[in-house]
Design a protein around this ligand. Structure first.
Ligand code: KIV
Length: 280
């Protein structure tokens, strides 16, 4: 698997046309970008979840475009085969469409091949403007974490028929505006299935059931490096526990005087020991 994943290749990945599900995961730094790329994922998202899982904030509203560019650059330096998507932080695409284009360009110059932004029909002018600047856009509807205060918390969206209808129209509008794929987050499985059948571009689910054209997950949730996780997260490793155990073992060796050993030290020559007044 050496061929670079491209936007048109992802755009074509509808399961209804026989395609394999799209695999998308977050990464925020070079070592983990290498890890996920070597695992063969299709898309790496440098998400604004960096605010929570790496920088210790309680929500995603605390990062700006320069923070995201910093992390996009770190992931890009791993030269992944996967498509690299940079997340647009809150308030970097909500004002004038020209601001949205300029901010999207910051992520592209840092190494992103596409950008993602949250919201439905209200975001269509920004999506059109960014696409007009030849920057591919991934949409994101449903539970949009940047709207945490407007939603009154992290709640599953589209549970009622009217809200479900709004969400279907949002997804359709984003697809028509030019999004090459759309993340569906925190929506009932049947609604995700319906949207997936209705729109021409792939849907990528997170807490949206199995019918989407792909799935995305936050890497630190999957690896056991985050605290509490939503019910849709399946943990495939407990790296936090393993890392703490490793550091404890090292600390114990330091305290016992067994680290570093002679083999782990740069040995001085006999002449130097003599010059330093040490016994040889
Ligand atoms: O920022 C992020 O990690 C995301 C995913 C949860 C889709 O938007």
């Amino acid at each position: 698997m050496t061929e670079q994943v491209t936007v048109p290749a992802i755009r074509a990945r509808k399961r209804s046309r026989g395609a394999e599900p799209i695999v998308m995961i977050t990464a925020y730094d070079t070592p983990f970008a290498r890890v996920v790329d070597e695992a063969g994922v299709d898309v790496i998202l440098v998400g604004d979840t960096v605010a929570e899982v790496v920088l210790g904030w309680e929500d995603t509203l605390h990062v700006g475009i320069e923070d995201l560019a910093h992390h996009v650059g770190a992931v890009a330096r791993a030269k992944p085969r996967a498509l690299l998507v940079g997340d647009m932080p809150w308030l970097t695409y909500h004002l004038e469409p020209s601001d949205a284009v300029r901010n999207a360009a910051v992520l592209v110059r840092a190494g992103a091949q596409a950008v993602k932004l949250e919201g439905g029909r209200r975001r269509v002018p920004a999506v059109r403007a960014i696409c007009d600047a030849e920057i591919p856009v991934m949409g994101h509807v449903g539970l949009t974490p940047q709207s945490v205060h407007a939603m009154g918390g992290y709640k599953v969206q589209g549970r009622e028929a009217i809200a479900a209808g709004e969400l279907r129209r949002d997804a359709e509008a984003l697809a028509v505006a030019g999004c090459f794929a759309i993340v569906l987050e925190g929506v009932p499985d049947a609604l995700a299935e319906r949207v997936t059948a209705e729109i021409d571009v792939p849907t990528i689910g997170i807490g949206a059931g199995p019918a989407c054209d792909g799935q995305v997950i936050v890497l630190h949730d999957l690896l056991g490096l985050a605290g509490s996780v939503p019910k849709f997260v399946r943990r495939y490793a407990e790296l936090g526990v393993a890392a703490t155990a490793a550091v404890k073992d090292w600390a114990a060796d330091v305290r016992a005087g067994s680290y570093p050993s002679q083999g782990e030290s740069y040995r001085a020559s006999a002449e130097l020991r003599e010059a330093l007044g040490l016994s040889s």
